[in-house]
Unconditional design. Structure first.
Ligand code: ZN
Length: 167
């Protein structure tokens, strides 16, 4: 396994729509394992391949406290969204920023698993929010896109300042 570097907003590579995966082979399984290791180390509860500069429709998620219940989504498709929920979100690509975002409260998602088998699951609460956030990444969308332009400008300034401090 290997740790992968995470791209940070406003890196334009985060905006490229990711391409569907033909099937789950050894290379995709390796990518899933590397992404999971990277997500656990960050630490985060979800990671999408475009965040590690891989333009593929691949996501890993683990919202468990024990960090031992990974979920794998290859070519995920949200087939149903119902209700509205507002939760404070963060993102490994937008470090230290947390803002409330409105999303569907319940979803139905279809994907291929790590074994390459198609499956479908229902999700609500934090898991539903997390999956929607990660699927957005596959379409080049970030949670800050749901905020006002004024807020986004403030966030970019704050992140700029942080970067200058670490240089
Ligand atoms: Zn994110």
């Amino acid at each position: 396994m290997a740790m992968l570097p995470i791209l940070h907003y406003p890196d334009p590579r985060l905006r490229n729509p990711a391409l569907p995966v033909a099937g789950v082979d050894e290379a995709i399984r390796q990518l899933l394992d590397d992404m999971l290791e990277t997500m656990y180390a960050a630490p985060g509860i979800g990671l999408a391949a475009p965040q590690v500069n891989v333009s593929k429709r691949v996501i890993v998620v683990d919202i468990s406290d024990e960090r031992n219940a990974p979920l794998y989504f290859v070519n995920p498709e949200i087939t149903l969204r119902t209700g509205v929920e507002e939760m404070e979100e963060g993102c490994l690509s937008v470090p230290t920023i947390y803002e409330p975002v409105q999303r569907a409260a319940r979803i139905q998602v279809r994907a291929l698993g790590r074994d390459g088998q198609a499956y479908e699951m229902a999700a609500d609460g934090l898991l539903a929010v997390c999956i929607q956030h990660e699927v957005d990444h596959l379409d080049g969308k970030l949670f800050v896109d749901y905020l006002s332009e004024l807020k986004r400008r403030r966030i970019r300034r704050k992140l700029d300042k942080q970067r200058r401090k670490t240089l």
